[in-house]
Design a protein around this ligand. Sequence first.
Ligand code: 5RP
Length: 224
Amino acid sequence: MQKNQQQLKEEVAAAAVASLPDDLLIGVGTGSTVDCFIDALASSGKRIRAAVASSHRSAERMVRHGIRVVELSSLDEPLTVYVDGADEIEPGLAMIKGGGAALTREKIVASASEAFVCIVDESKLVERLGRFPLPIEVIQMAIGPVTRALVAMGGRPVVREGVLTDNGHPIIDVHGLEMDDPLAWEDRLNALPGVVTNGVFARQRASLALVAGQSGVRQIKASR
Ligand code: 5RP
């Protein structure tokens, strides 16, 4: 019988938990796949030294499970691993993230971690980033100029209705960008004044992807 997307998320979450050693200092991302990961981590009995969350949503879920959540700023060492989902991931393990509006904190926690394990179902695998509208967190007053710059780059920007991030900023979702060089796009978008964070994760690409499909969970390792 075909597994549905929820079953694939649970399967990849369980595989990620099984791959982790005890006594970890762990970074935890945001989203429905990560929700499955948090639940699986809690029920695994694995010892976690402490966890840093990339959103209030994930922090609250972990606290409900009795997982010790600390602020990133309280740590004087890197996190061993960051585990998070993605909206798209390409063969070089660059990603689009931010569908859940947590991209800024996700990028910060990822950058403070020694490894990034991306957990996805196979619907997230793409040859080239850009089918999923690219989330960009912006300072409110910059919406006009950033929107015009994005149009000049060939995108179709749409302000996400009724959403502010955990940092209190709006999100612009950009349709129609095809990113054959994710690193160049990430840097180009970061250079726009008023952009807080863009959802291209090429500098903070994954070191390992766990991908759940109908025949099980496979690994894709970063080539560099
Ligand atoms: C949140 C994210 C998520 O990782 C991404 O949206 C995937 O979420 P889901 O696991 O629900 O498909 O970047 O900002």
